[in-house]
Design a protein around this ligand. Structure first.
Ligand code: GLN
Length: 313
């Protein structure tokens, strides 16, 4: 990277302009019925640099369903609660399988490959649920998101949570299967209820990029000065995002973008340029692996224009 700070505002403005014009938007998720109502033309990009300067464009203040992006924050919370004991219940290897795959779980005796596939995230949620009523656990996760973003308006979209509760049969199967191996401690309904609710958190790209700044800055949020996790833990969460954050599209994302990132079926992607920036993009249309199609293309352009890929310029 050149020593000069790139002009982020103009780069972001150009990317947003280009993306708004494109016809290849991908397909909005429909397996959670409520997500099918989202306007496929929405697009937002936010980059917050190390100084706290914000470059934002498009629909960057419009809240969307963060879905699996919430898994980065529940992982952070669960590690804070039980530390490395978490890794007895979930692995740290990329899955090479779709996010809701069941086959691998049988081969691996109910221990999910990583905390970002659905089974792994459900196991992580179960850790947060232990010792709490589901309502308290949901409150704890929401409070954590509000604390990270320093924004008390962040909320859960009940319609999205209820929609997934009514139709999330595959997640019910994954959770019951893990329960049969003792990987889930709490009643399956409790853990899944909390999982569906944290996936249904609504946030704008601006709120998301603010919430994730600790991962760009060695575990400390520069806006509040508060340490969220140790530098070592922040580095490790970033490593997991790089290797597992896009399911069976993780290799392609690393190849094209070269930044740790986590996608969600709401069309959001949260990404980190270590030491440099916290980034959020939202484009609801997905590719065949369930990752935002234009979101990935936007990040690829951003990484190229800034030279921020962790693998070199
Ligand atoms: N709540 C969604 C599900 O469990 C999350 C999936 C995703 O965002 N990839 O299916």
């Amino acid at each position: 990277m050149s020593s000069q700070t790139p002009d982020l505002k103009s780069i972001v403005g150009e990317i947003v302009g280009d993306m708004k014009k494109r016809g290849d938007k991908g397909k909005v998720a429909t397996y959670i019925p409520e997500l099918a109502n989202v306007d496929p033309d929405m697009f937002a990009l936010v980059v917050i640099d190390a100084k706290g300067d914000v470059a934002a464009g498009g629909d960057f203040e419009t809240p969307f369903s963060i879905q699996s992006i919430s898994k980065v924050f529940t992982l952070t919370l669960a590690l804070g609660m039980v530390g490395d004991r978490l890794w007895r219940r979930v692995g740290r290897e990329p899955s090479g399988n779709p996010f809701n795959s069941i086959v691998q779980l049988e081969r691996e005796r109910g221990v999910p490959r990583n905390p970002f596939i659905n089974a792994g995230a459900i196991a992580v949620t179960d850790v947060i649920v232990s010792g709490h009523q589901p309502r308290e656990a949901i409150g704890e996760i929401l409070r954590f998101m509000r604390f990270l973003a320093d924004d008390h308006t962040i909320a859960i979209d009940r319609a999205v949570a209820d929609s997934e509760k009514r139709t999330g049969f595959r997640n019910v199967a994954l959770a019951n299967y893990m329960k049969s191996f003792g990987v889930i401690e709490n009643p399956v309904d409790f853990t899944l209820g909390v999982y569906f609710h944290h996936c249904a958190i609504s946030m704008s790209c601006l709120q998301l990029a603010r919430a994730g700044r600790y991962l760009a800055h060695s575990g400390r949020n520069p806006a509040t000065g508060l340490s969220v996790v140790s530098p070592e833990r922040a580095r490790r969460i970033n490593a997991l995002m790089l290797t597992c954050g896009h399911y069976d599209g993780s290799g392609e994302f690393a190849y094209r973008v070269g930044l740790p990132g986590k996608s969600g079926v709401g069309g959001g992607i949260f990404a980190i340029a270590p030491g440099k920036a916290s980034i959020a993009v939202w484009a609801p249309g997905l590719d065949s692996a369930g990752n935002s199609h234009l979101g990935r293309i936007a990040l690829e352009t951003l990484a190229r224009r800034t030279g921020w890929s962790i693998f070199g310029v």
